[in-house]
Write a protein that binds this ligand. Structure first.
Ligand SMILES: [Ca+2]
Ligand SMILES: [Ca+2]
Length: 443
């Protein structure tokens, strides 16, 4: 065993650590999420009832009766790896009560290389897994057995990313509760590959990239998560140092078919949504129904929140429909990549849509607003989208129409008095312009 990290303090599961107390135990909240039960397993369920990382029976352990008087998480994972078929791992309610979470403290000891299909279920329990400092890179398990599920755990200071392939992580807290610096060997938390599902209900607080997308032949989904905010205390929980991108990508030159769907998340971070350019393949991302920036109902948010930032040559990103982006330094910044922005609510940002790329599409020009219609011109073939805003962004989508660049376009719309009408133009390559000059709605 290596030296223990003296910083570990228990309990820290949404109840203390960051100084904010939740009304509901995390394990209870996790149980309310729309997440399936553990799938049927041919093996008896393993019930963890120890807090150490002991491994009675050694790395070939397959029989729980040889695991000594208590069953550790590490023993459970080795048994799962060594038994044929999927395994379910749960937690003894007497050791891990919801209202007083217990902390499993991990040393430097390795986990199995391939644990196989598992379901790690911390629902209606209080389970914190905490690593120390200076861990070895083998000190992490992965969810790469098809159909694996991990739900309801709090993971503090993991040493390495967890790989998630054809598996789901939901209702887990990652480096929350005031844990500022993780001893990660690499600055990302989850590496999600083909068929991976992150969410609903994961919470990310610390200054690492929460998710690295490792594109494969099938889609990856990131849905219903909380980046920088806690759904129970309804507060901002990111740290001062939270400046990494929230999702980035590795890869590659393979023939990639799968896309990344980012939907229904709450994102309040000083970081950026997509940033690094590590892919030369044309990758597709679809973002819908997210709340980004100053999110209604959450307190303590700073003024300088980040928006979507795309510096990804060859990527195609569809932002919309249904995203709300407000209170950011810049709602959408395009440095590289094809970014389509459609039917969102973008308002109250310091800057709205910012093009730093070469030859961005020209915005449309609004030439008239009447009580029943808006008319204008555009620079080429594409789509005009019309919005109302109190200033110069697009709070409310009013309608869309095709335009040719040759003839004036007109959209039947009763824009609300007291607002301005603005518009965007999306060209034939699905690249969206900045907002048009606002045109006041006549009284
Ligand atoms: Ca044991
Ligand atoms: Ca197994």
């Amino acid at each position: 065993m290596g030296p223990r990290d003296v910083e570990l303090q228990a309990p820290s599961d949404a109840a203390s650590g960051d100084g904010f107390v939740a009304d509901l135990p995390w394990g209870s909240y996790a149980a309310t999420l729309d997440v399936p039960a553990c799938p049927a397993s041919p093996n008896p369920t393993l019930i963890v009832n120890g807090l150490s990382s002991e491994l009675d029976g050694g790395e070939t352990l397959a029989d729980p009766t040889l695991a000594g008087t208590t069953l550790s998480l590490r023993e459970s994972l080795f048994i799962a790896a060594n038994r044929v078929g999927s395994d379910t791992i749960m937690f003894d309610v007497g050791v891990f009560p919801m209202a007083a979470p217990a902390t499993i403290t991990l040393g430097e000891d390795p986990f199995p290389n391939n644990v196989g299909p598992i379901c790690l279920d911390g629902r209606e329990r209080g389970v914190i897994v905490a690593w120390g400092t200076d861990m070895f890179s083998s000190n992490m398990w992965n969810l790469n057995g098809s159909g694996s599920l991990m739900v309801g755990l709090t993971l503090l200071k993991p040493p390495l990313e967890m790989r998630v392939v054809n598996s789901q992580v939901a209702g887990c807290r990652y480096n929350t509760d005031g844990y500022i610096s993780a001893p990660l060997n690499r600055p990302w938390a989850f590496e999600v590959g083909a068929g991976g599902v992150m969410g609903p209900g994961n919470v990310f607080a610390d200054d690492v990239t929460p998710i690295r997308w490792s594109p494969g032949a099938t889609d990856v989904t990131v849905r219903g998560n909380y980046f920088g905010v806690d759904p129970l205390t309804r507060r901002w929980i990111a740290t001062e140092g939270y400046t990494w991108e929230l999702i980035d990508s590795i890869m590659l030159d393979a023939n990639i078919g799968g896309r990344l769907f980012v939907t229904g998340n709450r994102i309040a971070s000083r970081g950026r949504l997509f940033d690094t350019l590590q892919s030369s393949s044309p990758l597709g991302v679809v973002m819908t129904d997210n709340r980004i920036g100053r999110i209604e109902g959450f307190a303590g948010l700073p003024a300088d929140l980040g928006g979507i930032y795309v510096d990804l040559p060859n990527w195609t990103i569809a932002v919309g429909p249904g995203n709300t982006i407000t209170g950011t330094a810049a709602a959408v910044t395009i440095v590289n990549g094809n970014v389509q922005i459609t039917q969102n609510s973008i308002t109250g940002n310091t800057a709205a849509i910012v093009h730093l790329d070469a030859t961005p599409p020209e915005p449309p020009v609004i030439t008239n607003v009447s009580a029943t219609a808006v008319t204008g011109s555009c620079a080429g073939e594409g789509l005009v989208e019309l919005f109302a805003d109190t200033l110069a962004e697009g709070a409310v989508w009013l309608g869309s129409t095709a335009c040719t660049g040759l003839l004036a376009w007109s959209i039947a719309a009763a824009a609300p008095v007291g607002y301005n009408v603005t518009a965007t133009f999306t060209d034939a390559s699905a690249r969206t312009s900045v907002f048009a000059e606002p045109f006041p709605v006549p009284n």
